[in-house]
Design a protein around this ligand. Sequence first.
Ligand SMILES: C[S@@+](CC[C@H](N)C(=O)[O-])C[C@H]1O[C@@H](n2cnc3c(N)ncnc32)[C@H](O)[C@@H]1O
Length: 379
Amino acid sequence: MILRLKNQTLGKLNPTRSYLSYLVLRRDSHSQIRTKPDHDRRRREYEGSEKSKKKEHDGLFLCKSKGQHLLTNTRILDAIVRSSDIRPTDTVLEIGPGTGNLTMKLLEASQNVVAVELDKRMVEILRKRVSDNGFADKLTIIQKDVLKTEFPQFDLVVANIPYNISSPLVAKLVYGSNTFRSATLLLQKEFSRRLLANSGDSDFNRLAVNVKLVADVKFVMDVSKREFVPPPKVDSSVVMITPKEVKPDVNVQEWLAFTRTCFGNKNKTLGSMFRQKKKVMELLSLSAGRNGSKVGMECGDGEFDTDVEDEGGRDNVLCMDTDASMFKERVVGLLRTHGFEEKRPSKLSHGELLHLLSLFNQAGIFFHDITSLPMDLHE
Ligand SMILES: C[S@@+](CC[C@H](N)C(=O)[O-])C[C@H]1O[C@@H](n2cnc3c(N)ncnc32)[C@H](O)[C@@H]1O
Protein backbone atom coordinates (compact mmCIF):
# COMPACT_ATOMS: atom_id res chain seq x y z
CA MET A 1 0.00 0.00 0.00
CA ILE A 2 2.64 2.48 0.98
CA LEU A 3 4.88 1.53 -1.92
CA ARG A 4 2.08 1.93 -4.42
CA LEU A 5 1.21 5.36 -3.08
CA LYS A 6 4.87 6.31 -2.99
CA ASN A 7 5.21 5.60 -6.68
CA GLN A 8 2.06 7.53 -7.44
CA THR A 9 3.08 10.57 -5.50
CA LEU A 10 6.76 10.74 -6.13
CA GLY A 11 6.57 10.45 -9.91
CA LYS A 12 10.03 11.21 -11.18
CA LEU A 13 11.45 12.05 -7.78
CA ASN A 14 14.43 10.10 -6.56
CA PRO A 15 13.25 6.90 -4.84
CA THR A 16 15.75 7.48 -2.03
CA ARG A 17 13.27 10.03 -0.71
CA SER A 18 10.99 7.28 0.41
CA TYR A 19 10.98 8.10 4.10
CA LEU A 20 10.04 11.73 3.48
CA SER A 21 7.33 10.77 1.04
CA TYR A 22 6.03 8.27 3.54
CA LEU A 23 5.41 11.17 5.91
CA VAL A 24 3.69 13.18 3.22
CA LEU A 25 1.42 10.37 2.17
CA ARG A 26 0.40 9.49 5.64
CA ARG A 27 -0.96 13.02 5.94
CA ASP A 28 -2.82 12.84 2.65
CA SER A 29 -4.64 9.77 3.81
CA HIS A 30 -5.91 11.94 6.69
CA SER A 31 -4.97 9.28 9.17
CA GLN A 32 -3.19 10.39 12.27
CA ILE A 33 0.47 9.57 11.98
CA ARG A 34 1.58 6.88 14.35
CA THR A 35 4.62 7.84 16.34
CA LYS A 36 4.22 4.62 18.31
CA PRO A 37 6.16 1.36 17.91
CA ASP A 38 5.38 0.62 14.28
CA HIS A 39 6.29 4.05 13.03
CA ASP A 40 9.26 4.44 15.36
CA ARG A 41 10.63 1.05 14.35
CA ARG A 42 10.39 1.95 10.65
CA ARG A 43 12.08 5.26 11.29
CA ARG A 44 14.90 3.72 13.32
CA GLU A 45 15.44 1.04 10.71
CA TYR A 46 15.39 3.62 7.96
CA GLU A 47 17.66 6.11 9.65
CA GLY A 48 20.11 3.36 10.59
CA SER A 49 20.33 2.09 7.02
CA GLU A 50 23.17 2.94 4.64
CA LYS A 51 20.61 4.49 2.32
CA SER A 52 19.48 6.93 4.98
CA LYS A 53 23.03 7.91 5.92
CA LYS A 54 23.74 8.62 2.30
CA LYS A 55 20.58 10.65 1.98
CA GLU A 56 21.40 12.59 5.07
CA HIS A 57 24.86 13.23 3.71
CA ASP A 58 23.41 14.34 0.41
CA GLY A 59 21.19 16.79 2.24
CA LEU A 60 18.03 15.01 1.17
CA PHE A 61 16.88 13.97 4.59
CA LEU A 62 14.97 16.10 7.08
CA CYS A 63 17.50 18.64 8.15
CA LYS A 64 17.70 19.77 11.76
CA SER A 65 19.66 22.91 10.94
CA LYS A 66 16.68 24.08 8.88
CA GLY A 67 14.33 23.24 11.72
CA GLN A 68 12.65 20.52 9.67
CA HIS A 69 10.42 18.99 12.32
CA LEU A 70 7.12 18.14 10.65
CA LEU A 71 3.92 18.42 12.64
CA THR A 72 2.07 15.22 11.99
CA ASN A 73 -0.96 15.13 14.30
CA THR A 74 -4.11 15.99 12.35
CA ARG A 75 -6.02 16.95 15.50
CA ILE A 76 -3.38 19.53 16.40
CA LEU A 77 -3.18 20.86 12.85
CA ASP A 78 -6.96 21.29 12.91
CA ALA A 79 -6.84 23.00 16.30
CA ILE A 80 -4.22 25.47 15.03
CA VAL A 81 -6.33 26.32 12.00
CA ARG A 82 -9.48 26.72 14.15
CA SER A 83 -7.72 29.02 16.62
CA SER A 84 -6.26 31.22 13.91
CA ASP A 85 -9.60 32.70 12.97
CA ILE A 86 -9.27 32.34 9.17
CA ARG A 87 -12.02 33.78 7.00
CA PRO A 88 -12.85 32.26 3.59
CA THR A 89 -11.77 35.54 1.95
CA ASP A 90 -8.34 35.62 3.61
CA THR A 91 -4.89 35.38 2.09
CA VAL A 92 -2.79 33.43 4.58
CA LEU A 93 0.99 33.67 4.79
CA GLU A 94 2.62 30.40 5.81
CA ILE A 95 6.31 30.39 6.70
CA GLY A 96 8.08 27.06 6.25
CA PRO A 97 5.30 24.89 4.77
CA GLY A 98 7.61 21.85 4.57
CA THR A 99 5.77 18.93 2.98
CA GLY A 100 2.46 20.76 3.36
CA ASN A 101 0.73 19.18 6.37
CA LEU A 102 -0.52 22.56 7.59
CA THR A 103 -0.72 24.08 4.10
CA MET A 104 -3.43 21.63 3.00
CA LYS A 105 -5.63 22.69 5.92
CA LEU A 106 -4.96 26.38 5.31
CA LEU A 107 -5.91 25.99 1.65
CA GLU A 108 -9.23 24.45 2.66
CA ALA A 109 -10.03 27.29 5.06
CA SER A 110 -8.87 30.36 3.12
CA GLN A 111 -9.03 31.99 -0.27
CA ASN A 112 -5.27 31.87 -0.95
CA VAL A 113 -2.06 30.78 0.71
CA VAL A 114 1.35 32.34 0.15
CA ALA A 115 4.00 29.90 1.38
CA VAL A 116 7.65 30.86 1.86
CA GLU A 117 9.96 27.83 1.90
CA LEU A 118 13.74 27.73 1.72
CA ASP A 119 14.23 24.08 0.78
CA LYS A 120 13.82 23.20 -2.89
CA ARG A 121 13.04 19.55 -2.10
CA MET A 122 10.16 20.62 0.13
CA VAL A 123 8.89 22.97 -2.56
CA GLU A 124 8.79 20.12 -5.11
CA ILE A 125 6.91 17.84 -2.74
CA LEU A 126 4.52 20.60 -1.69
CA ARG A 127 3.78 21.66 -5.25
CA LYS A 128 2.93 18.11 -6.28
CA ARG A 129 0.84 17.41 -3.22
CA VAL A 130 -1.18 20.60 -3.62
CA SER A 131 -1.75 20.06 -7.30
CA ASP A 132 -2.74 16.39 -6.76
CA ASN A 133 -5.40 17.67 -4.38
CA GLY A 134 -6.71 20.31 -6.80
CA PHE A 135 -5.52 23.36 -4.85
CA ALA A 136 -2.75 24.56 -7.19
CA ASP A 137 -4.64 27.74 -8.13
CA LYS A 138 -4.87 28.84 -4.51
CA LEU A 139 -1.20 28.50 -3.60
CA THR A 140 1.74 30.80 -4.34
CA ILE A 141 5.11 29.40 -3.31
CA ILE A 142 8.07 31.70 -2.74
CA GLN A 143 11.24 29.62 -2.61
CA LYS A 144 13.46 31.85 -0.52
CA ASP A 145 14.81 32.58 2.94
CA VAL A 146 11.85 34.19 4.70
CA LEU A 147 14.12 36.73 6.38
CA LYS A 148 15.17 37.99 2.95
CA THR A 149 11.69 37.95 1.46
CA GLU A 150 9.55 40.98 0.83
CA PHE A 151 6.06 39.77 1.63
CA PRO A 152 3.13 40.41 -0.68
CA GLN A 153 -0.08 41.61 0.93
CA PHE A 154 -1.62 39.06 3.34
CA ASP A 155 -4.33 39.02 6.02
CA LEU A 156 -3.01 36.46 8.49
CA VAL A 157 0.07 34.42 9.28
CA VAL A 158 -0.33 30.81 10.34
CA ALA A 159 2.87 28.79 10.60
CA ASN A 160 4.97 26.15 12.26
CA ILE A 161 8.19 28.07 11.93
CA PRO A 162 11.83 26.97 12.13
CA TYR A 163 12.72 27.79 15.73
CA ASN A 164 16.21 29.06 14.97
CA ILE A 165 14.79 32.18 13.31
CA SER A 166 12.00 32.89 15.82
CA SER A 167 13.34 36.21 17.06
CA PRO A 168 14.20 37.90 13.72
CA LEU A 169 11.02 36.52 12.17
CA VAL A 170 8.75 37.87 14.92
CA ALA A 171 10.62 41.20 14.60
CA LYS A 172 10.08 41.22 10.84
CA LEU A 173 6.37 40.62 11.34
CA VAL A 174 5.61 43.03 14.16
CA TYR A 175 7.98 45.82 13.15
CA GLY A 176 7.72 45.31 9.39
CA SER A 177 5.61 47.31 6.96
CA ASN A 178 2.86 44.70 6.33
CA THR A 179 -0.53 45.24 7.89
CA PHE A 180 -2.19 41.99 9.03
CA ARG A 181 -4.83 40.81 11.52
CA SER A 182 -2.82 38.26 13.47
CA ALA A 183 0.00 35.73 13.41
CA THR A 184 -0.69 32.29 14.88
CA LEU A 185 2.72 30.71 15.36
CA LEU A 186 3.99 27.41 16.65
CA LEU A 187 7.10 28.28 18.63
CA GLN A 188 9.54 26.68 21.01
CA LYS A 189 7.76 26.57 24.37
CA GLU A 190 10.43 28.49 26.24
CA PHE A 191 10.43 31.25 23.61
CA SER A 192 6.65 31.51 23.77
CA ARG A 193 6.74 31.78 27.59
CA ARG A 194 9.19 34.68 27.30
CA LEU A 195 6.94 36.30 24.74
CA LEU A 196 3.94 35.96 27.06
CA ALA A 197 5.61 37.53 30.14
CA ASN A 198 4.09 40.80 31.36
CA SER A 199 5.52 43.95 32.86
CA GLY A 200 5.89 43.41 36.61
CA ASP A 201 6.46 39.65 36.22
CA SER A 202 9.91 38.56 37.35
CA ASP A 203 10.49 37.02 33.91
CA PHE A 204 9.50 40.16 31.97
CA ASN A 205 12.28 40.50 29.42
CA ARG A 206 13.48 42.38 26.38
CA LEU A 207 11.73 40.13 23.85
CA ALA A 208 8.35 40.65 25.54
CA VAL A 209 8.81 44.37 26.08
CA ASN A 210 9.69 44.88 22.41
CA VAL A 211 6.92 42.74 20.94
CA LYS A 212 4.26 43.98 23.35
CA LEU A 213 5.01 47.59 22.52
CA VAL A 214 3.32 47.00 19.18
CA ALA A 215 1.27 43.79 19.56
CA ASP A 216 -0.79 41.71 21.97
CA VAL A 217 0.25 38.11 22.58
CA LYS A 218 -2.19 35.36 23.55
CA PHE A 219 -1.43 31.77 24.58
CA VAL A 220 -3.27 29.19 22.46
CA MET A 221 -1.97 25.73 23.45
CA ASP A 222 1.06 23.60 24.25
CA VAL A 223 2.20 20.94 21.79
CA SER A 224 4.35 18.02 22.86
CA LYS A 225 7.59 17.26 21.02
CA ARG A 226 6.17 13.78 20.37
CA GLU A 227 3.82 15.27 17.77
CA PHE A 228 6.70 16.06 15.38
CA VAL A 229 8.78 13.92 13.05
CA PRO A 230 11.60 13.84 13.87
CA PRO A 231 10.83 14.96 17.45
CA PRO A 232 12.77 18.07 18.46
CA LYS A 233 14.50 18.19 21.86
CA VAL A 234 12.01 20.70 23.24
CA ASP A 235 8.25 21.08 23.58
CA SER A 236 6.34 23.75 21.67
CA SER A 237 3.46 26.16 22.13
CA VAL A 238 1.10 27.99 19.84
CA VAL A 239 0.63 31.72 20.43
CA MET A 240 -1.39 34.33 18.60
CA ILE A 241 0.24 37.73 18.03
CA THR A 242 -2.19 40.55 17.20
CA PRO A 243 -0.70 43.87 16.07
CA LYS A 244 -2.06 46.86 18.01
CA GLU A 245 -4.24 49.21 16.02
CA VAL A 246 -2.58 52.27 17.51
CA LYS A 247 1.18 52.07 17.89
CA PRO A 248 3.34 54.43 19.97
CA ASP A 249 5.08 57.19 18.10
CA VAL A 250 8.68 56.20 18.76
CA ASN A 251 11.78 55.67 16.64
CA VAL A 252 11.95 51.88 16.47
CA GLN A 253 15.75 51.60 16.28
CA GLU A 254 16.13 54.00 19.19
CA TRP A 255 13.56 52.03 21.22
CA LEU A 256 15.26 48.67 20.49
CA ALA A 257 18.67 50.05 21.44
CA PHE A 258 17.21 51.61 24.62
CA THR A 259 15.62 48.32 25.73
CA ARG A 260 18.89 46.50 24.95
CA THR A 261 20.60 48.81 27.43
CA CYS A 262 17.87 48.70 30.08
CA PHE A 263 17.30 44.94 29.94
CA GLY A 264 21.01 44.04 29.73
CA ASN A 265 20.66 43.04 33.36
CA LYS A 266 17.00 43.42 34.17
CA ASN A 267 17.49 42.72 37.87
CA LYS A 268 19.76 45.71 38.43
CA THR A 269 18.28 49.09 39.24
CA LEU A 270 18.47 51.61 36.42
CA GLY A 271 20.76 53.73 38.63
CA SER A 272 23.37 51.00 38.98
CA MET A 273 23.05 49.99 35.35
CA PHE A 274 23.68 53.50 34.04
CA ARG A 275 26.63 54.00 36.40
CA GLN A 276 28.62 51.22 34.74
CA LYS A 277 31.70 52.62 33.09
CA LYS A 278 31.26 50.59 29.91
CA LYS A 279 27.67 51.74 29.54
CA VAL A 280 28.56 55.39 30.20
CA MET A 281 31.36 55.32 27.61
CA GLU A 282 29.09 53.67 25.08
CA LEU A 283 26.28 56.18 25.56
CA LEU A 284 28.71 59.08 25.59
CA SER A 285 30.12 58.12 22.24
CA LEU A 286 26.69 57.42 20.68
CA SER A 287 25.24 60.66 21.99
CA ALA A 288 28.29 62.69 20.95
CA GLY A 289 28.01 61.23 17.44
CA ARG A 290 24.30 62.02 17.23
CA ASN A 291 24.70 65.53 18.62
CA GLY A 292 27.56 66.25 16.23
CA SER A 293 29.85 67.27 19.11
CA LYS A 294 31.20 66.10 22.42
CA VAL A 295 28.61 65.79 25.11
CA GLY A 296 30.99 66.57 27.99
CA MET A 297 32.23 70.12 28.48
CA GLU A 298 35.61 70.81 30.03
CA CYS A 299 38.85 69.01 30.78
CA GLY A 300 39.94 68.32 34.33
CA ASP A 301 40.47 65.39 36.69
CA GLY A 302 38.14 62.48 36.06
CA GLU A 303 37.28 59.25 37.74
CA PHE A 304 37.52 56.91 34.74
CA ASP A 305 40.60 55.44 33.18
CA THR A 306 40.16 54.81 29.52
CA ASP A 307 42.00 52.70 26.99
CA VAL A 308 41.83 55.48 24.44
CA GLU A 309 45.16 55.93 22.69
CA ASP A 310 45.60 58.69 20.19
CA GLU A 311 48.02 61.37 19.18
CA GLY A 312 46.92 63.68 21.98
CA GLY A 313 48.31 61.29 24.61
CA ARG A 314 47.57 61.82 28.31
CA ASP A 315 45.72 65.13 27.89
CA ASN A 316 43.12 63.48 25.71
CA VAL A 317 42.76 60.62 28.17
CA LEU A 318 42.05 63.12 30.91
CA CYS A 319 39.59 64.92 28.69
CA MET A 320 37.72 61.70 27.97
CA ASP A 321 37.70 60.87 31.68
CA THR A 322 36.14 64.17 32.53
CA ASP A 323 33.63 64.06 29.74
CA ALA A 324 32.57 60.61 30.88
CA SER A 325 32.35 61.64 34.49
CA MET A 326 30.19 64.65 33.75
CA PHE A 327 28.10 62.66 31.34
CA LYS A 328 27.49 59.98 33.95
CA GLU A 329 26.32 62.64 36.40
CA ARG A 330 23.89 63.92 33.79
CA VAL A 331 22.47 60.47 33.13
CA VAL A 332 22.14 59.51 36.79
CA GLY A 333 20.84 62.98 37.68
CA LEU A 334 18.09 62.59 35.10
CA LEU A 335 17.12 59.19 36.52
CA ARG A 336 17.09 60.59 40.05
CA THR A 337 15.09 63.72 39.22
CA HIS A 338 12.37 61.71 37.51
CA GLY A 339 12.17 58.92 40.09
CA PHE A 340 13.76 56.14 37.99
CA GLU A 341 17.09 55.66 39.79
CA GLU A 342 15.96 52.88 42.13
CA LYS A 343 13.55 51.20 39.69
CA ARG A 344 14.18 47.90 37.90
CA PRO A 345 13.40 47.73 34.17
CA SER A 346 11.32 44.55 34.47
CA LYS A 347 8.90 46.40 36.78
CA LEU A 348 8.29 49.34 34.44
CA SER A 349 5.27 49.64 32.15
CA HIS A 350 5.59 50.52 28.48
CA GLY A 351 4.32 54.01 29.32
CA GLU A 352 7.08 54.52 31.89
CA LEU A 353 9.78 53.17 29.58
CA LEU A 354 8.62 55.38 26.71
CA HIS A 355 8.59 58.38 29.05
CA LEU A 356 12.13 57.63 30.21
CA LEU A 357 13.39 57.28 26.64
CA SER A 358 11.85 60.59 25.68
CA LEU A 359 13.47 62.27 28.72
CA PHE A 360 16.85 60.89 27.65
CA ASN A 361 16.43 61.99 24.04
CA GLN A 362 15.29 65.48 25.10
CA ALA A 363 18.49 65.71 27.15
CA GLY A 364 20.53 64.80 24.05
CA ILE A 365 21.22 61.24 25.24
CA PHE A 366 20.78 58.62 22.51
CA PHE A 367 21.01 54.83 22.40
CA HIS A 368 20.92 53.84 18.77
CA ASP A 369 24.12 53.34 16.84
CA ILE A 370 23.06 54.64 13.46
CA THR A 371 25.75 52.54 11.80
CA SER A 372 24.19 49.22 12.91
CA LEU A 373 21.16 47.89 11.09
CA PRO A 374 20.01 44.45 12.32
CA MET A 375 16.68 44.49 14.11
CA ASP A 376 16.98 42.05 16.98
CA LEU A 377 14.48 41.76 19.78
CA HIS A 378 16.22 40.02 22.63
CA GLU A 379 19.92 39.19 22.14
C1 LIG B 1 9.25 23.22 11.55
S1 LIG B 1 9.25 22.87 9.82
C2 LIG B 1 7.55 23.02 9.51
C3 LIG B 1 7.05 22.17 8.37
C4 LIG B 1 5.55 22.14 8.20
N1 LIG B 1 4.96 23.46 8.25
C5 LIG B 1 4.90 21.26 9.23
O1 LIG B 1 4.28 21.81 10.16
O2 LIG B 1 4.99 20.05 9.13
C6 LIG B 1 9.97 24.37 9.24
C7 LIG B 1 10.09 24.53 7.72
O3 LIG B 1 10.68 25.81 7.46
C8 LIG B 1 11.65 25.70 6.42
N2 LIG B 1 12.65 26.75 6.65
C9 LIG B 1 13.73 26.72 7.47
N3 LIG B 1 14.37 27.89 7.46
C10 LIG B 1 13.69 28.70 6.60
C11 LIG B 1 13.86 30.04 6.15
N4 LIG B 1 14.86 30.79 6.60
N5 LIG B 1 12.97 30.54 5.27
C12 LIG B 1 11.93 29.78 4.81
N6 LIG B 1 11.72 28.50 5.21
C13 LIG B 1 12.58 27.97 6.08
C14 LIG B 1 12.20 24.30 6.57
O4 LIG B 1 12.75 23.84 5.35
C15 LIG B 1 10.94 23.53 7.00
O5 LIG B 1 10.26 23.04 5.88
